[in-house]
Design a protein around this ligand. Structure first.
Ligand code: MLT
Length: 253
């Protein structure tokens, strides 16, 4: 079986996925700080589903149809308020620490974030779309091995229009875990670059965040600085969450 592993680092890269046939590919989406970490945390704490949408307007439209959903997300890192949404204060921001069992158990969350939810939507059409955080990389790697995935695309959400250091480190960790499965096939330079950055940084992922623009921004905000450490927790979640054809993220394993 021929194999292929590749990585994308910027919104320009993930937007280009729409021009390709990715119907046989497994995509893993990384927005470590913080969208994909928050989604996995919500699902681990019992949320029924997360619906990622690209815009505030889409989120508000879903709430009109389904008043029971929680509205979540951020713009410039902070919770979306009525003046940005045409009158609705969102229930949650994008801090994973907000997504406690008490708040999310049994609830469906509609989330819109600057990059993460756009990256997820860009993978629509892939065979599988998984949600990555440092907490569940081994679980995803095990699934990839057990299901003999042959085409893997690591989709890094980035920060605004640029590559994000933290996403590259996490994508590199997953590369490292599955490398034996892909090394005899095609591996892109981007996947190799991510893997090498991870190998340098693996002993102290939290310190590596000093190189991340997004981490420095969060660390400068008193209410959000603890999110960086929270998002660097490793292998504390065994769950695998996937985006399904209905556009919902649910736990599959
Ligand atoms: C994003 O989707 O761009 C982020 O997760 C940003 C953030 O949470 O600050």
């Amino acid at each position: 079986m021929s194999t292929r592993i590749e990585a994308t680092f910027t919104p320009a890269d993930f937007s280009a996925l729409g021009d390709r046939d990715i119907s046989q590919a497994t995509c893993v989406v990384f927005d470590i700080l913080r969208a994909t970490t928050s989604m996995n945390t919500a699902l681990a704490n019992g949320a029924a589903a997360v619906i990622p949408v690209a815009t505030i307007e889409e989120a508000v439209a879903i709430r009109k149809e389904r008043p029971d959903v929680l509205l979540a997300g951020e713009r410039d890192g902070v919770r979306i308020l009525a003046d940005q949404s045409g009158g609705v204060d969102f229930d949650l921001g994008n801090s994973p620490r907000e997504y406690t069992e008490e708040v999310v158990k049994g609830r469906t969350i509609v989330s819109t974030t600057t990059n993460g939810t756009r990256a997820l939507r860009a993978c629509t059409g892939a065979k599988h779309v998984f949600i990555a955080s440092f907490g569940n990389l081994r679980a995803i790697a095990d699934w990839i091995e057990q299901n003999t995935v042959s085409h893997l695309i690591l989709v890094c959400a980035g920060t605004y229009e640029e590559a994000a250091y933290e996403d590259m480190v996490a994508a590199g960790a997953l590369c490292e875990f599955v490398w034996a499965q892909f090394v005899t096939g095609h591996f892109s330079d981007a996947a190799e670059m991510a893997r090498q950055i991870y190998r340098v940084m693996q002993r102290d992922v939290e310190s590596a965040m000093q190189y991340s623009r997004n981490a420095r921004r969060l660390l400068s905000m008193p209410d959000l600085k603890d999110d960086v450490q929270f998002c660097c927790q490793r292998e504390n979640l065994r769950l695998i969450a996937a985006l399904n054809e209905a556009g919902e993220i649910r736990v599959i394993n």
